[in-house]
Ligand binder design. Structure first.
Ligand code: ACO
Length: 401
Protein backbone atom coordinates (compact mmCIF):
# COMPACT_ATOMS: atom_id res chain seq x y z
CA UNK A 1 0.00 0.00 0.00
CA UNK A 2 1.19 3.52 -0.80
CA UNK A 3 0.85 4.95 2.72
CA UNK A 4 1.44 8.50 1.54
CA UNK A 5 -1.75 8.28 -0.51
CA UNK A 6 -3.84 6.18 1.83
CA UNK A 7 -6.84 8.47 1.54
CA UNK A 8 -6.99 8.06 -2.23
CA UNK A 9 -6.33 4.30 -1.94
CA UNK A 10 -9.22 3.82 0.51
CA UNK A 11 -11.60 5.96 -1.51
CA UNK A 12 -11.65 8.85 1.01
CA UNK A 13 -12.65 6.81 4.07
CA UNK A 14 -12.13 8.60 7.42
CA UNK A 15 -11.28 6.41 10.41
CA UNK A 16 -12.03 7.71 13.89
CA UNK A 17 -9.68 6.89 16.73
CA UNK A 18 -9.98 9.23 19.75
CA UNK A 19 -6.65 9.56 21.53
CA UNK A 20 -5.03 7.91 18.47
CA UNK A 21 -4.93 4.66 20.45
CA UNK A 22 -4.58 2.56 17.30
CA UNK A 23 -3.22 5.07 14.83
CA UNK A 24 0.37 5.21 13.64
CA UNK A 25 1.20 8.80 12.69
CA UNK A 26 4.52 8.16 10.95
CA UNK A 27 7.26 5.69 10.14
CA UNK A 28 10.24 6.15 12.44
CA UNK A 29 13.68 4.61 12.87
CA UNK A 30 14.41 6.15 16.28
CA UNK A 31 12.76 4.26 19.12
CA UNK A 32 11.36 0.73 19.29
CA UNK A 33 8.79 -0.02 21.94
CA UNK A 34 6.96 -3.28 22.65
CA UNK A 35 4.37 -2.57 25.32
CA UNK A 36 3.37 -6.20 25.85
CA UNK A 37 6.91 -7.44 26.39
CA UNK A 38 8.16 -4.28 28.15
CA UNK A 39 10.91 -3.58 25.60
CA UNK A 40 12.38 -0.12 24.91
CA UNK A 41 15.29 0.47 22.53
CA UNK A 42 16.88 3.64 21.15
CA UNK A 43 18.19 3.07 17.61
CA UNK A 44 18.31 -0.67 18.37
CA UNK A 45 20.18 -0.44 21.71
CA UNK A 46 18.31 -1.65 24.81
CA UNK A 47 17.45 0.98 27.40
CA UNK A 48 18.96 -1.26 30.10
CA UNK A 49 22.35 -1.30 28.37
CA UNK A 50 22.31 2.42 27.56
CA UNK A 51 21.35 3.37 31.13
CA UNK A 52 24.21 1.26 32.45
CA UNK A 53 26.99 2.00 29.95
CA UNK A 54 26.34 5.25 28.08
CA UNK A 55 26.21 8.86 29.19
CA UNK A 56 23.46 11.32 28.32
CA UNK A 57 25.32 13.22 25.63
CA UNK A 58 26.25 9.97 23.85
CA UNK A 59 22.60 8.93 23.95
CA UNK A 60 21.54 12.36 22.65
CA UNK A 61 23.96 11.99 19.72
CA UNK A 62 22.70 8.46 19.07
CA UNK A 63 19.06 9.58 18.99
CA UNK A 64 19.63 12.68 16.89
CA UNK A 65 22.20 11.40 14.39
CA UNK A 66 21.40 7.67 14.34
CA UNK A 67 24.69 6.09 15.52
CA UNK A 68 26.76 6.06 18.70
CA UNK A 69 29.45 8.75 18.35
CA UNK A 70 33.16 8.03 18.05
CA UNK A 71 35.37 9.73 20.65
CA UNK A 72 36.15 12.53 18.16
CA UNK A 73 32.51 13.02 17.22
CA UNK A 74 31.48 13.16 20.87
CA UNK A 75 34.23 15.67 21.76
CA UNK A 76 33.25 17.85 18.82
CA UNK A 77 29.55 17.65 19.72
CA UNK A 78 30.29 18.59 23.33
CA UNK A 79 32.52 21.52 22.31
CA UNK A 80 30.06 22.79 19.69
CA UNK A 81 27.28 22.68 22.27
CA UNK A 82 29.40 24.63 24.76
CA UNK A 83 30.18 27.21 22.10
CA UNK A 84 26.47 27.71 21.44
CA UNK A 85 25.34 27.77 25.05
CA UNK A 86 25.29 31.55 25.56
CA UNK A 87 21.77 32.90 25.96
CA UNK A 88 21.21 36.52 25.00
CA UNK A 89 21.23 38.68 28.13
CA UNK A 90 17.91 40.23 27.10
CA UNK A 91 16.20 36.88 27.77
CA UNK A 92 16.79 37.68 31.44
CA UNK A 93 14.43 40.64 31.05
CA UNK A 94 11.67 38.31 29.84
CA UNK A 95 12.32 36.02 32.79
CA UNK A 96 12.24 39.03 35.10
CA UNK A 97 8.70 39.85 33.98
CA UNK A 98 7.33 36.54 35.30
CA UNK A 99 6.07 36.41 38.88
CA UNK A 100 8.24 34.25 41.14
CA UNK A 101 5.23 32.00 41.68
CA UNK A 102 4.89 31.17 37.95
CA UNK A 103 5.02 27.44 37.22
CA UNK A 104 8.47 26.64 35.78
CA UNK A 105 6.97 24.70 32.85
CA UNK A 106 5.07 27.79 31.66
CA UNK A 107 8.22 29.88 32.02
CA UNK A 108 10.37 27.31 30.19
CA UNK A 109 7.91 26.98 27.33
CA UNK A 110 7.80 30.78 26.90
CA UNK A 111 11.58 31.22 27.05
CA UNK A 112 12.15 28.39 24.58
CA UNK A 113 9.78 30.04 22.12
CA UNK A 114 11.45 33.41 22.76
CA UNK A 115 14.82 31.93 21.75
CA UNK A 116 13.67 32.05 18.12
CA UNK A 117 13.54 35.84 18.31
CA UNK A 118 17.15 35.96 19.50
CA UNK A 119 18.35 33.29 17.02
CA UNK A 120 16.36 33.94 13.83
CA UNK A 121 18.78 31.87 11.71
CA UNK A 122 17.80 28.76 13.69
CA UNK A 123 14.74 28.33 11.46
CA UNK A 124 17.00 27.66 8.43
CA UNK A 125 17.60 23.93 8.58
CA UNK A 126 17.69 23.04 4.91
CA UNK A 127 21.33 21.90 4.93
CA UNK A 128 22.81 19.30 7.30
CA UNK A 129 25.23 21.98 8.50
CA UNK A 130 22.45 24.42 9.43
CA UNK A 131 20.53 21.61 11.12
CA UNK A 132 23.62 20.63 13.14
CA UNK A 133 24.13 24.24 14.27
CA UNK A 134 20.51 24.58 15.35
CA UNK A 135 20.71 21.28 17.25
CA UNK A 136 23.87 22.43 19.10
CA UNK A 137 22.26 25.78 19.87
CA UNK A 138 19.25 24.29 21.60
CA UNK A 139 21.26 21.54 23.34
CA UNK A 140 23.49 24.31 24.74
CA UNK A 141 20.93 26.97 25.59
CA UNK A 142 18.15 24.76 26.98
CA UNK A 143 20.00 23.76 30.20
CA UNK A 144 20.74 27.45 30.81
CA UNK A 145 17.01 28.23 30.56
CA UNK A 146 16.23 25.32 32.89
CA UNK A 147 18.74 26.54 35.47
CA UNK A 148 17.57 30.15 35.18
CA UNK A 149 13.95 29.08 35.60
CA UNK A 150 14.78 27.38 38.89
CA UNK A 151 17.09 30.15 40.10
CA UNK A 152 14.43 32.76 39.38
CA UNK A 153 11.97 30.87 41.58
CA UNK A 154 14.55 30.69 44.37
CA UNK A 155 15.62 34.32 43.96
CA UNK A 156 19.21 33.34 43.04
CA UNK A 157 21.36 35.32 40.56
CA UNK A 158 21.43 34.00 36.99
CA UNK A 159 24.75 32.52 35.93
CA UNK A 160 26.18 30.85 32.85
CA UNK A 161 27.73 27.41 32.72
CA UNK A 162 31.32 26.33 33.26
CA UNK A 163 33.04 25.22 30.05
CA UNK A 164 35.37 22.93 31.98
CA UNK A 165 32.54 20.68 33.08
CA UNK A 166 30.70 17.84 31.39
CA UNK A 167 27.12 18.40 30.19
CA UNK A 168 25.37 16.94 33.24
CA UNK A 169 27.85 18.31 35.80
CA UNK A 170 27.36 21.72 34.27
CA UNK A 171 23.58 21.48 34.61
CA UNK A 172 23.88 20.67 38.31
CA UNK A 173 26.32 23.51 38.94
CA UNK A 174 24.17 26.01 37.03
CA UNK A 175 21.15 24.96 39.08
CA UNK A 176 22.65 24.72 42.54
CA UNK A 177 25.68 27.02 42.80
CA UNK A 178 25.15 29.52 45.60
CA UNK A 179 26.53 33.07 45.26
CA UNK A 180 30.05 33.51 46.67
CA UNK A 181 30.42 29.80 47.39
CA UNK A 182 32.39 27.08 45.63
CA UNK A 183 30.26 24.33 44.13
CA UNK A 184 31.55 20.80 44.73
CA UNK A 185 30.32 18.10 42.37
CA UNK A 186 28.77 15.05 43.99
CA UNK A 187 29.35 12.04 41.69
CA UNK A 188 26.24 10.31 43.09
CA UNK A 189 24.06 13.21 41.89
CA UNK A 190 25.85 13.39 38.53
CA UNK A 191 25.30 9.65 37.91
CA UNK A 192 21.70 9.76 39.08
CA UNK A 193 20.82 12.72 36.85
CA UNK A 194 22.66 11.21 33.89
CA UNK A 195 20.64 8.00 34.24
CA UNK A 196 17.32 9.81 34.68
CA UNK A 197 17.94 11.93 31.58
CA UNK A 198 18.79 8.82 29.52
CA UNK A 199 15.62 7.04 30.68
CA UNK A 200 13.50 10.00 29.59
CA UNK A 201 15.35 10.77 26.36
CA UNK A 202 12.80 9.38 23.91
CA UNK A 203 9.59 7.40 23.87
CA UNK A 204 8.36 7.34 20.27
CA UNK A 205 5.06 9.07 19.47
CA UNK A 206 3.91 10.13 22.97
CA UNK A 207 1.77 13.25 23.46
CA UNK A 208 4.59 15.83 23.61
CA UNK A 209 6.64 14.24 20.81
CA UNK A 210 3.58 14.03 18.56
CA UNK A 211 3.00 17.70 19.37
CA UNK A 212 6.58 18.62 18.39
CA UNK A 213 6.23 16.69 15.12
CA UNK A 214 2.81 18.08 14.25
CA UNK A 215 3.79 21.70 14.99
CA UNK A 216 7.00 21.20 13.00
CA UNK A 217 5.04 19.65 10.14
CA UNK A 218 3.75 23.15 9.28
CA UNK A 219 7.46 24.08 8.97
CA UNK A 220 7.40 26.09 12.18
CA UNK A 221 10.96 26.30 13.56
CA UNK A 222 12.52 23.82 15.96
CA UNK A 223 12.42 26.11 19.00
CA UNK A 224 8.73 26.98 18.49
CA UNK A 225 7.91 23.28 18.04
CA UNK A 226 9.82 22.39 21.22
CA UNK A 227 7.98 25.10 23.12
CA UNK A 228 4.67 23.43 22.19
CA UNK A 229 6.08 20.05 23.23
CA UNK A 230 6.95 21.49 26.64
CA UNK A 231 3.34 22.65 27.07
CA UNK A 232 2.07 19.19 26.14
CA UNK A 233 4.47 17.57 28.60
CA UNK A 234 3.23 19.83 31.40
CA UNK A 235 -0.12 18.02 31.82
CA UNK A 236 -0.49 15.58 34.73
CA UNK A 237 -1.52 12.73 32.42
CA UNK A 238 1.89 13.01 30.75
CA UNK A 239 5.14 14.49 32.14
CA UNK A 240 3.34 16.44 34.86
CA UNK A 241 2.68 13.05 36.50
CA UNK A 242 6.07 13.15 38.25
CA UNK A 243 5.06 16.26 40.19
CA UNK A 244 1.57 14.86 40.76
CA UNK A 245 3.01 11.56 42.10
CA UNK A 246 5.04 13.29 44.76
CA UNK A 247 2.16 15.53 45.77
CA UNK A 248 -0.05 12.43 46.03
CA UNK A 249 2.51 10.52 48.13
CA UNK A 250 2.91 13.56 50.41
CA UNK A 251 -0.87 13.82 50.78
CA UNK A 252 -1.08 10.12 51.71
CA UNK A 253 1.70 10.61 54.27
CA UNK A 254 -0.03 13.68 55.77
CA UNK A 255 -3.27 11.70 55.94
CA UNK A 256 -1.68 9.02 58.14
CA UNK A 257 -0.13 6.81 55.43
CA UNK A 258 -3.26 4.74 54.80
CA UNK A 259 -2.48 3.46 51.28
CA UNK A 260 -5.57 1.21 51.24
CA UNK A 261 -7.83 4.28 51.48
CA UNK A 262 -6.22 5.75 48.33
CA UNK A 263 -6.31 2.42 46.51
CA UNK A 264 -10.06 2.35 47.15
CA UNK A 265 -10.44 5.94 45.87
CA UNK A 266 -8.54 5.07 42.69
CA UNK A 267 -10.87 2.14 42.03
CA UNK A 268 -14.06 4.11 42.74
CA UNK A 269 -15.49 5.17 39.38
CA UNK A 270 -17.46 8.00 41.04
CA UNK A 271 -14.20 9.47 42.34
CA UNK A 272 -12.02 11.32 39.79
CA UNK A 273 -8.87 10.40 41.78
CA UNK A 274 -6.33 8.32 39.86
CA UNK A 275 -3.26 6.70 41.27
CA UNK A 276 -0.67 8.98 39.72
CA UNK A 277 2.35 7.19 38.28
CA UNK A 278 0.30 4.12 37.43
CA UNK A 279 -0.73 3.00 33.97
CA UNK A 280 0.62 3.70 30.56
CA UNK A 281 -0.91 4.00 27.13
CA UNK A 282 1.52 1.52 25.63
CA UNK A 283 3.09 -0.58 28.40
CA UNK A 284 0.58 -3.21 29.38
CA UNK A 285 3.02 -5.49 31.17
CA UNK A 286 5.60 -3.33 32.88
CA UNK A 287 7.50 -0.14 32.12
CA UNK A 288 11.16 -1.19 31.70
CA UNK A 289 12.24 2.31 32.75
CA UNK A 290 10.35 1.94 36.05
CA UNK A 291 12.40 -1.18 36.89
CA UNK A 292 15.69 0.65 36.34
CA UNK A 293 14.54 3.74 38.19
CA UNK A 294 13.20 1.82 41.21
CA UNK A 295 16.65 0.30 41.68
CA UNK A 296 18.24 3.73 41.15
CA UNK A 297 15.94 5.29 43.79
CA UNK A 298 17.09 2.73 46.36
CA UNK A 299 20.75 3.24 45.46
CA UNK A 300 20.71 7.04 45.27
CA UNK A 301 18.81 7.55 48.52
CA UNK A 302 21.01 4.92 50.18
CA UNK A 303 24.21 6.58 48.92
CA UNK A 304 23.00 10.00 50.00
CA UNK A 305 22.01 8.57 53.39
CA UNK A 306 18.41 9.73 52.99
CA UNK A 307 15.57 7.78 54.56
CA UNK A 308 12.44 9.02 52.88
CA UNK A 309 9.11 7.82 54.32
CA UNK A 310 7.55 8.74 50.98
CA UNK A 311 9.61 5.98 49.32
CA UNK A 312 8.09 3.46 51.75
CA UNK A 313 4.58 4.67 50.89
CA UNK A 314 5.44 4.36 47.18
CA UNK A 315 6.69 0.81 47.65
CA UNK A 316 3.57 -0.08 49.67
CA UNK A 317 1.25 1.25 46.97
CA UNK A 318 3.14 -0.56 44.22
CA UNK A 319 2.99 -3.87 46.13
CA UNK A 320 -0.74 -3.53 46.82
CA UNK A 321 -1.50 -2.62 43.20
CA UNK A 322 0.43 -5.62 41.88
CA UNK A 323 -1.89 -7.98 43.75
CA UNK A 324 -5.14 -6.03 43.29
CA UNK A 325 -7.49 -7.40 40.59
CA UNK A 326 -8.53 -3.84 39.51
CA UNK A 327 -4.95 -2.93 38.61
CA UNK A 328 -3.98 -6.42 37.41
CA UNK A 329 -7.02 -6.74 35.09
CA UNK A 330 -6.39 -3.29 33.58
CA UNK A 331 -2.65 -3.96 33.36
CA UNK A 332 -1.81 -0.87 35.40
CA UNK A 333 1.80 -0.91 36.60
CA UNK A 334 4.04 1.81 38.04
CA UNK A 335 5.43 3.91 35.19
CA UNK A 336 8.77 5.73 34.93
CA UNK A 337 7.47 8.72 36.84
CA UNK A 338 6.34 6.79 39.86
CA UNK A 339 9.90 6.80 41.20
CA UNK A 340 11.63 9.69 39.40
CA UNK A 341 10.21 12.38 41.71
CA UNK A 342 11.54 10.55 44.75
CA UNK A 343 15.06 10.67 43.31
CA UNK A 344 14.71 14.33 42.28
CA UNK A 345 13.55 15.18 45.77
CA UNK A 346 16.55 13.36 47.24
CA UNK A 347 18.74 15.47 44.93
CA UNK A 348 17.24 18.67 46.35
CA UNK A 349 15.25 19.61 43.26
CA UNK A 350 11.98 21.43 44.07
CA UNK A 351 8.78 19.52 43.23
CA UNK A 352 7.61 22.09 40.65
CA UNK A 353 10.85 21.54 38.73
CA UNK A 354 10.35 17.78 38.26
CA UNK A 355 8.59 18.09 34.90
CA UNK A 356 11.25 20.57 33.77
CA UNK A 357 13.84 17.86 34.48
CA UNK A 358 11.77 15.49 32.34
CA UNK A 359 11.85 18.08 29.52
CA UNK A 360 15.63 18.31 29.86
CA UNK A 361 15.86 14.56 29.32
CA UNK A 362 13.30 14.46 26.50
CA UNK A 363 15.01 17.27 24.56
CA UNK A 364 17.19 15.03 22.32
CA UNK A 365 14.21 12.79 21.59
CA UNK A 366 12.08 15.76 20.52
CA UNK A 367 14.95 17.06 18.37
CA UNK A 368 15.55 13.65 16.77
CA UNK A 369 11.85 13.21 15.98
CA UNK A 370 11.53 16.73 14.58
CA UNK A 371 14.66 16.25 12.43
CA UNK A 372 13.40 12.89 11.16
CA UNK A 373 10.03 14.46 10.28
CA UNK A 374 11.73 17.26 8.31
CA UNK A 375 14.28 14.96 6.61
CA UNK A 376 11.54 12.61 5.48
CA UNK A 377 9.61 15.59 4.11
CA UNK A 378 6.46 14.53 5.93
CA UNK A 379 3.23 16.29 4.94
CA UNK A 380 1.54 18.73 7.28
CA UNK A 381 -0.29 16.93 10.10
CA UNK A 382 -3.96 17.54 9.63
CA UNK A 383 -6.39 14.91 11.01
CA UNK A 384 -10.01 14.74 9.83
CA UNK A 385 -13.10 14.41 12.05
CA UNK A 386 -16.60 13.00 12.10
CA UNK A 387 -18.90 16.01 12.25
CA UNK A 388 -21.67 15.59 14.88
CA UNK A 389 -23.07 19.16 14.96
CA UNK A 390 -26.24 20.74 13.54
CA UNK A 391 -27.32 20.42 9.93
CA UNK A 392 -27.76 23.58 7.86
CA UNK A 393 -29.86 26.19 9.72
CA UNK A 394 -30.92 29.68 8.73
CA UNK A 395 -29.53 32.63 10.62
CA UNK A 396 -31.78 34.36 13.21
CA UNK A 397 -31.20 38.04 13.87
CA UNK A 398 -30.36 38.89 17.49
CA UNK A 399 -33.89 40.20 18.22
CA UNK A 400 -35.39 36.82 17.23
CA UNK A 401 -33.18 34.69 19.53
N1 ACO B 1 -5.54 4.92 38.51
C1 ACO B 1 -6.75 4.30 38.49
N2 ACO B 1 -7.35 3.81 37.37
C2 ACO B 1 -6.67 3.97 36.21
C3 ACO B 1 -5.43 4.60 36.15
C4 ACO B 1 -4.85 5.08 37.35
N3 ACO B 1 -3.66 5.69 37.35
N4 ACO B 1 -4.99 4.62 34.86
C5 ACO B 1 -5.94 4.02 34.13
N5 ACO B 1 -6.97 3.61 34.96
C6 ACO B 1 -8.16 2.87 34.56
C7 ACO B 1 -9.16 3.76 33.86
O1 ACO B 1 -10.07 4.34 34.79
C8 ACO B 1 -9.83 2.78 32.93
O2 ACO B 1 -10.72 2.00 33.69
P1 ACO B 1 -12.10 1.46 33.03
O3 ACO B 1 -11.68 0.55 31.92
O4 ACO B 1 -12.81 0.77 34.15
O5 ACO B 1 -12.84 2.68 32.54
C9 ACO B 1 -8.68 1.87 32.48
O6 ACO B 1 -7.75 1.90 33.58
C10 ACO B 1 -7.97 2.29 31.21
O7 ACO B 1 -7.55 3.65 31.37
P2 ACO B 1 -7.45 4.73 30.21
O8 ACO B 1 -7.50 6.08 30.83
O9 ACO B 1 -8.46 4.38 29.15
O10 ACO B 1 -6.00 4.42 29.62
P3 ACO B 1 -5.18 5.39 28.71
O11 ACO B 1 -4.25 4.54 27.94
O12 ACO B 1 -6.09 6.32 27.96
O13 ACO B 1 -4.38 6.30 29.76
C11 ACO B 1 -2.72 7.08 31.24
C12 ACO B 1 -3.06 6.10 30.11
C13 ACO B 1 -3.10 8.50 30.84
C14 ACO B 1 -1.22 7.05 31.51
C15 ACO B 1 -3.50 6.68 32.52
O14 ACO B 1 -3.13 5.38 32.92
C16 ACO B 1 -3.32 7.66 33.68
O15 ACO B 1 -4.05 8.64 33.76
N6 ACO B 1 -2.33 7.41 34.59
C17 ACO B 1 -2.02 8.32 35.67
C18 ACO B 1 -1.18 9.49 35.16
C19 ACO B 1 0.23 9.10 34.85
O16 ACO B 1 0.91 8.43 35.62
N7 ACO B 1 0.72 9.57 33.68
C20 ACO B 1 2.10 9.34 33.26
C21 ACO B 1 2.16 8.47 32.07
S1 ACO B 1 3.82 8.03 31.69
C22 ACO B 1 4.48 9.39 30.96
O17 ACO B 1 3.82 10.22 30.38
C23 ACO B 1 5.90 9.52 31.06
Amino acid sequence: IDIKNLRAVTGGVTTIDPGYKNTGSCESAITFLDGEKGILRYRGYSIEELAEKADFLEVAFLLIFGELPTKEQLNKFENDIKEQSVVDDDVKKILDAFPKSAHPMGVLSSLTSALTAFNPSSVNVDSEEDMYKTVCKIMGKFPVLVAWTMRKQKGLPLDYGDDNLGYVENILKMMFKKPNQEYTQNPILVNALDKLLILHADHEQNCSTSTVRIVGSSHAGLFASLSSGISALWGPLHGGANQAVLEMLEAIKEDGGDTKKYMAKAKDKEDPFRLMGFGHRVYKNFDPRAKIIKKAADEVLGDLGIEDPVLDIAKGLAEEALSDPYFVDRKLYPNVDFYSGIIYRGMGIPTEMFTVMFALGRLPGWIAQWKEMRNRKEPIGRPRQIYIGENLRSFKSISER
